[in-house]
Design a binder for this molecule. Structure first.
Ligand code: ADP
Ligand code: MG
Length: 695
């Protein structure tokens, strides 16, 4: 496996090493400073020695095949030297310089040459356009930064970042966690993020994997890696850029890849148990929460504070961020009143100042929460403090930290020491808490949000629906769009509720059919070539009798003639008077496969983009959650004498749609059920369209 030659090398050749201050010289010094135990080979024809080491004229002159070659040279020398490295038997390479695929066409051609050489020779490659690899536990580096404190770097976070400066930013704050591996992966010409995640999953030093992602290059392999990480109990935290269109345009120019649809990506991450975060603050706090020895087993967070105002602020911020701080039970409140002091509010957050004897009341409050059955995580937050403060009694901050560390040590539940603001932390407290193994989090939104994210990750995932249904033979026929009548017939065979209807050719047949269906009826033209009927006046609703039907029929014949496209006939359909119009659909993402969407009909989906999305197949609970998710979902509730919609029936239909899509996943590109009418007892699909996949 050459990837270990890249990530944990036993020998490093530094191409472009120099006596003068340079990247090459810096790399030799960084290797020495980190305590690299393997061979270091400086290469430069201009020198016989570099920092006191024997310097080689070229790669061919090396006494052995190196594990990794660190390319501390400009991009114009890369191709020739990479060929030489391949000939000398190098197992891996790191190319830092830019000027490749991120520039567009010309750069892409040079990058293709590089990846060709690597693939032919079986060389693992980090970059180009990157900062390289740092492996603190293995004491190795090809990372383009000086090493100042090798011991301080070591920890359990594997960081895989497509951006070098984001990696450097995270490495700048080592107060609460260190790193088992850092890869700045750049353009990923050969090795991509998924391959580094795979390494980290098997790396015994790694407890949690953090990624900064602009582009997923191999979606199948990436998803498989996420699944395996979750199985192994290692959370993968994903900070993805490109959530807005403008950023996406910039990314195309930046790393030479295309960012996928960001909502689809978010749902895929959720479905494969990765933890998605929105910014570096949130990422950092999840990493901090993971440092605790015990992880929360449920989402019950209880906060203890030292003041009432602080408690109110924390509750406001948490609520606005969607983090539930559930009230204490009457029983637990009574216990607090007895042992701690008067409870203001509903006891979460709990102002534990109590009688004023904080050394006694704080441990009491914490113990009550350990005993409280609905508490899964205990958080303590006092006033923020920082090093070298101008005010306050010296040593008081450390006292708080010690009290809290002692309480945490007596409890079987995870404890978190929280500051109100992210990043504002007191060095003395951090030392005490780190020694006691207590995680420190910063910022109510980011810190509590991180506990909540890890708690959700740590809870058993909902069961994925396994579809055992056979694919629909009608979809294999090579037809692209499948009209309403056929689409409904196919779907109804999979248990989806559709309107009663008959295809007819003449008015006479239409009249007979209408009698059987029962007035009022709906008349529509049926054609694979006309996916949107009403814009061509090919839908007539609410036809109350034979006269109305005859008039509509004549009018529709004229519309068909005017449009000049072939039709298969006319559809006489039951009219569904009651109910709210909703939309359900399935679409294919080029990278991540099928997703299922649900929203309110009409303007809800098309104009307001107000819809819920999930990866196919749905998990248990997804359909119910999706129906409640759009802002327009309130329309499904009872309103001014109108009864509530039958959301249970709607959920059954979404599950049936997911099962159908899963059974036919390689045969469909798109399904539109628009609208479904959701009535007080049951729901009915009144229009359907299937777009089959072209092979
Ligand atoms: P289009 O191809 O234009 O989407 P639809 O079949 O969806 O045509 O019909 C247009 C609209 O007519 C629907 O959005 C719905 O409001 C109404 N409609 C269609 N069929 C029925 C029906 N069977 N019962 C009640 N309303 C219907
Ligand atoms: Mg429609």
């Amino acid at each position: 496996m050459t990837i270990s030659a890249l990530l944990a090398p036993r020998s490093v050749a530094v191409l472009g090493a120099s006596e003068r201050a340079s990247v090459g010289r810096g790399m030799v010094e960084a290797l020495e400073r980190i305590g690299f135990a393997g061979a270091i080979y400086p290469i430069n024809p201009k020198y016989s020695t570099v920092v006191g080491r024997n310097c080689y004229a070229g790669l061919r002159e090396l006494p052995e095949a190196p594990d990794v070659v660190s390319f501390c040279i400009r991009n114009d020398g890369v191709v020739a030297n990479l060929r030489a490295a391949a000939e000398r038997g190098a197992r891996a390479a790191v190319i830092y310089d830019s000027g490749f695929a991120e520039l567009g066409h010309d750069g892409k051609a040079m990058q293709d040459v590089i990846s060709g050489i690597c693939r032919d020779a079986g060389i693992s490659l980090c970059g180009p356009n990157c900062m390289g690899v740092l492996n603190p536990p293995a004491r190795s580096t090809t990372f383009k930064q000086e090493v100042r404190d090798p011991k301080g770097l070591i920890g359990n976070v594997a960081l895989i970042s497509q951006s070098g400066s984001v990696a450097a930013s995270l490495l700048a704050d080592l107060r609460r966690f260190g790193f088992s591996l850092v890869v700045s992966s750049g353009n990923e010409a050969v090795n991509d993020s998924a391959s580094y995640i795979e390494f980290a999953i098997d790396d015994p030093h790694t407890k949690v994997i953090a990624t900064f992602t602009e582009t997923v290059r191999n979606p199948d392999r990436y998803i498989a890696a996420l699944d395996r990480a979750a199985d192994k109990g290692k959370p993968v935290i994903v900070l993805k850029v490109g959530r807005c269109e403008r950023v996406r345009a910039a990314i195309t120019g930046h790393t030479g890849g295309l960012a996928g649809g960001s909502r689809v990506f978010s749902e895929v991450l959720k479905a494969h148990r990765a933890i998605e975060v929105e910014d570096l603050d949130e990422l950092t706090e999840v990493l901090a929460v993971c440092q605790g020895a015990r992880w929360p087993r449920g989402r019950g967070i209880n906060v203890v504070t030292t003041s009432g105002g602080q408690a109110e602020l924390i509750l406001d911020v948490a609520t606005a961020s969607g983090i539930a701080l559930n009230p204490l039970s009457a029983q637990a409140r009574a216990a607090v009143e007895r042992d701690v002091g008067r409870v203001t509010g509903d006891g979460n957050p709990l102002d534990a100042w109590g009688r004023g004897d904080f050394r006694a009341t704080m441990p009491q409050a914490l113990r009550l929460l350990t005993d409280n059955p609905t508490t899964d995580a205990v958080v303590f937050c006092s006033s923020d403090s920082f090093d070298n403060q101008a005010l306050g009694r010296l040593g008081r901050e450390e006292d708080y930290a010690r009290l809290f560390a002692e309480a945490a040590g007596r409890s079987g539940k995870p404890h978190y020491f929280m500051t109100m603001r992210p990043g504002v932390m007191h060095g003395g407290q951090l030392r005490i808490l780190a020694q006691a193994g207590v995680a420190v989090i910063g910022g109510t939104r980011q810190g509590l949000g991180a506990i909540d994210r890890l708690a959700r990750w740590n809870m058993p995932p909902a069961r994925q629906r396994a579809s055992t249904l056979a694919p629909a033979p009608e979809l294999a026929a090579g037809r692209r769009t499948i009209n309403e009548a056929d689409a409904k017939r196919i779907l109804s065979a999979y248990g989806l509720p559709v309107t009663r209807e008959t295809i007819v050719a003449t008015l006479e047949e239409a009249t007979t059919a209408a009698q059987a269906v029962g007035y009022p009826v709906v008349l529509k033209a049926v054609s694979d070539d006309i996916p949107h009927k009403s814009e061509h006046a090919l839908v007539a609703v609410g036809l109350g009798d034979a006269h109305a039907l005859a008039a509509a029929f004549a009018g529709m014949e004229r519309s068909v003639a005017k449009l000049g496209r072939p039709i298969l006939g006319y559809l006489v359909q039951e009219m569904i008077g009651d109910g709210v119009e909703v939309f359900a659909g399935v679409a294919r993402d080029p990278d991540f496969g099928l997703t299922l969407a649900f929203g309110m009909g009409g303007v809800g989906v098309e104009v307001l983009r107000d819809f819920a999305l999930r990866a196919v197949p749905l998990r248990e609970g997804d359909a119910e959650a999706m129906i409640a998710e759009p802002r327009g979902a309130a329309l499904l509730e009872a309103f001014r004498g109108r009864p509530a919609a039958d959301v249970a029936a709607l959920a059954r239909s979404l599950y049936a749609l997911s099962d159908f899509a899963a059974a036919n996943s390689d045969r469909i590109d798109e399904i539109d059920l628009n609208p479904i009418k959701a009535g007080p007892t049951g729901c009915v699909i009144v229009d359907a369209l299937i777009v089959a996949r072209q092979r």
